[in-house]
Design a protein around this ligand. Sequence first.
Ligand SMILES: Cc1cc2nc3c(=O)[nH]c(=O)nc-3n(C[C@H](O)[C@H](O)[C@H](O)COP(=O)(O)OP(=O)(O)OC[C@H]3O[C@@H](n4cnc5c(N)ncnc54)[C@H](O)[C@@H]3O)c2cc1C
Length: 402
Amino acid sequence: MAPLRRALVIGGSIGGLFAAQFLRQAGWDVALFERSAGDLADRGAGLNTSAELFDGLARAGAAVNPGLAFHVRSSAWLKQDGTIGLEIPRGWHGSTWGTIYRPLRAAFPSALYHAGKAVERVEQDGASVTAIFADGTREQGNLLIGADGVYSTVRRQFLPEIAPTQAGYIAWRGILDERDLPPGAHDVLLERAAFTFPDNELVVSLPVPGADNDARPGHRRYYFIWYRPASAEEQRELFTDASGRNHGLTIPPPLIRAEFIAAMKEVARKVLPPVLGEIVGRVAQPLLQSITDLEAPRMVFGRVALLGDSAFVARPHVAAGTSKVALDAAGLIDALAAHEGDIDAALRQYERERLAFGRAIISHARYLGAYLEAGGATIARDPEQVLREYGAPHLVREMNFD
Ligand SMILES: Cc1cc2nc3c(=O)[nH]c(=O)nc-3n(C[C@H](O)[C@H](O)[C@H](O)COP(=O)(O)OP(=O)(O)OC[C@H]3O[C@@H](n4cnc5c(N)ncnc54)[C@H](O)[C@@H]3O)c2cc1C
């Protein structure tokens, strides 16, 4: 018989860690199960941070320091000739996935983090829920959190018809050490977030902390994300490796075909401002992803709750993936506290609140990205409007360190 309040958390990335840590702090007996056996921290690229994310990290007992993000005070339209067309006082706090993941992982006891455990299915019986793993083992609890990401096994069991759908464009991402930046990059790029608008495309780039959260000049890194329209057919090609294997909506970076990287770099040198084209050209291993939408109509199934990307994946324009998951986990734990032991009532509140938030953020992200869709209507975007509307400031607070 499981103890009265035992939670099984599936997925050991940012969402799973937030949920597991908050539950543990609230007195639950927690076990977290992560499919990957290796260290996740070395993967990932750049992301934006927010006050909500840092509130979540502090609440989780993670070591928070200013080195976790690099603050730029303005956003600028970088014209194709490399000059600045417009600058507005809209700040960003750029970071990298590993920089945020590491302190959160360090705050959570390793004895409760079971790596190399892939859940295959879930069984429920009243107030008891059982996770069945690929290795044949079973774990029982009173609550199961499906924080297993966009391809969630947990979600597929309850909502088999829901899957990520292609938005009609892809993103190339890359990161370069500050010391490898070309001449001229420092003056223009390291003090602001830069937005560039090649025809029907968009590049957003900004400085982020370097290794070991080092945000000192000379030690930072520079991150870009370049959105390019791509039809379903073009994406099928892009995500197929040299052996002919198609990887779906993403592809392990080393398997991206060399000719696609070479072609992308050639275009970069032609259509981007010279300094940015040079940066893209210098990134040895770019990342490639299909931009998708994922929207679950429900998040709670008995004693099973979806959290983070397993329920909603917004296009990256809202720059809020990690903030959203921190808020989901806080919403869950606050609902459990509000209903003092009535888990089912708490889950109803959680679902109501987080569905509304997820829908709002997805819809704003769709609006911001609509003009990038292949075959979609060409909507002329005014650079100033993009600079002002980018991100999700109406849903996620921007930080103010000043
Ligand atoms: C290694 C990594 C790098 C990332 N890098 C970036 C980045 O640079 N920029 C960005 O914006 N976002 C990045 N993301 C996505 C980002 O973490 C999410 O958008 C957001 O934080 C929500 O996280 P999540 O925990 O809900 O989902 P995810 O971060 O997708 O985590 C899901 C976790 O569940 C695990 N899992 C999946 N299936 C099972 C299963 N059957 N059993 C057990 N575990 C399972 C996965 O291995 C993964 O660790 C990255 C995610 C990962 C895992």
